[in-house]
Design a protein around this ligand. Structure first.
Ligand code: NAI
Length: 364
């Protein structure tokens, strides 16, 4: 459960470092409790740590209020997208000496940032790592759904070479609506332009790089009314929670394809199931799910699935779900490890970290 590769590195003193972090670092190198680690995390973090010499201790359990005790005395904790970083967990960590939360993911919607600020915890993240990984997986889901590739492969394996039910459509000439045109959405737009798609975009902050690709920015209702395919690449924020609900589903074209590789709660899953049942939603591709935290990233194949909503999703022939693997490429894992370890080193040296995440001030 608990493994330490060794390799504590020294660090010079610097008075600008947040209280607690640097003092501990100077004595024993930056000791980092890396929660929720799989074999692949360890591989990429150990490789990246050759440049830093942090004292990494790999822990298998997810971070929760209960497992926080494993990080007693660690100035830094490294956590992933499905770890619990609510006020109670942060209080437990802060109370036993942790001063830095290093997220090895881009999203931070699972962190109680107000509690972190009140507890004096610095939170850093990995804002960008191979946007190609997520964009390419999204397009992979699109193609697999359209051409019914999993079904076709299963048929051929079964000696069934019938084409009935496998009819797809040309992506060329179709209209795709990209919601959120940051790093990932813009790569998706670029790939789809390569297919010959017309790209409509919606983002409160239009991206000139996306416009240069020929994407046209429109209001969300216009995008939803015109798109044959809608793909979500915006973060989960209070204003984007259930962005796709019964009302917005009702604005979409009949038989539309919907993809969500961003965050599960962008969709009201029950409303989506309703649209799948009445046929108005033609295809659904997901890499994320509202209640994925206790479900994904583990082998549960010998257990009874307790989530009835997720179980219902699995019954539709026009739904494809992957278990939050869009980021999972060598390039992305290398980038995640390098940025996380560099973030920790910056804090260790007392330097301002560009990847720090601040809690919104009241009224902002
Ligand atoms: P980014 O920060 O570069 O881009 C997000 C874009 O969404 C920004 O341009 C922002 O202005 C826009 N946005 C904000 N509010 C919006 C709204 N109401 N409507 C439309 N657009 C809005 O983020 P990036 O790197 O492109 O990542 C996008 C999302 O992908 C992340 O927030 C994360 O949730 C998800 N993600 C999923 C991964 C996976 O493995 N499935 C891995 C990495 C990220």
């Amino acid at each position: 459960m608990l493994t330490r590769p060794g390799g504590a590195g020294g660090a010079g003193g610097n008075p600008r470092c947040p209280a607690g972090v640097h003092e501990d670092a100077r004595e024993a190198g930056m000791r980092v409790a890396v929660f929720n680690t799989k074999r692949y995390d360890r591989t990429f973090f150990e490789a990246g740590n050759a440049d830093h010499g942090h004292d990494l201790v790999f822990l298998e359990p997810r971070l929760t209020r209960e497992t926080a005790a494993l990080a007693a005395g660690f100035p830094a904790v490294c956590a992933f997208v499905n770890d619990t970083l609510d006020a109670a967990t942060l209080r437990a960590l802060a109370g036993q000496g942790t001063r830095l939360i290093a997220l090895r993911c881009a999203g931070f919607n699972h962190v109680d940032l107000v509690a972190a600020r009140e507890l004096g915890l610095t939170v850093v993240r990995v804002p960008a790592y191979s946007p190609h990984a997520v964009a390419e997986h999204t397009v992979g889901l699109m193609l697999a759904l359209n051409r019914k590739i999993p079904r076709a492969v299963a048929r051929v394996r079964d000696g069934n070479f019938s084409l009935d039910g496998l009819l797809g459509f040309d992506l060329h000439g179709r209209t795709v609506g990209v919601v959120g045109t940051g790093q990932i959405g813009t790569v998706v737009a670029r790939i789809l332009r390569g297919f010959g798609c017309r790209v409509l975009a919606h983002d409160p902050v239009p991206n000139p790089a996306c416009e240069a690709l020929g994407a046209r920015y429109v209001a969300l209702p216009e995008l939803l009314a015109a798109a044959d395919i809608v793909t979500l690449h915006c973060p989960l924020l209070p204003e984007t929670r259930h962005l796709i609900d019964a009302e917005t589903l009702g604005r979409m074209r009949p038989g539309v394809m919907l993809l969500n590789t961003s965050r599960g709660a962008l969709l009201d899953t029950r409303a989506v199931i309703g649209a799948l049942k009445d046929g108005s939603l033609g295809y659904l591709g997901l890499d994320v799910y509202e209640e994925e935290a206790g479900l994904f990233f583990e082998d549960r194949s010998d257990r009874v699935l307790q989530d009835d909503v997720f179980a219902r999703l699995l019954t539709f022939p026009n739904v494809l779900i992957t278990g939050h693997q869009a980021f999972f490429t060598r390039e992305a894992l290398t980038g995640i490890a390098e940025t996380t370890l560099a973030n920790i080193a910056a804090i260790e040296r007392g330097e301002p970290c560009a990847n720090a995440v601040a809690a919104p001030r009241a009224g902002v």
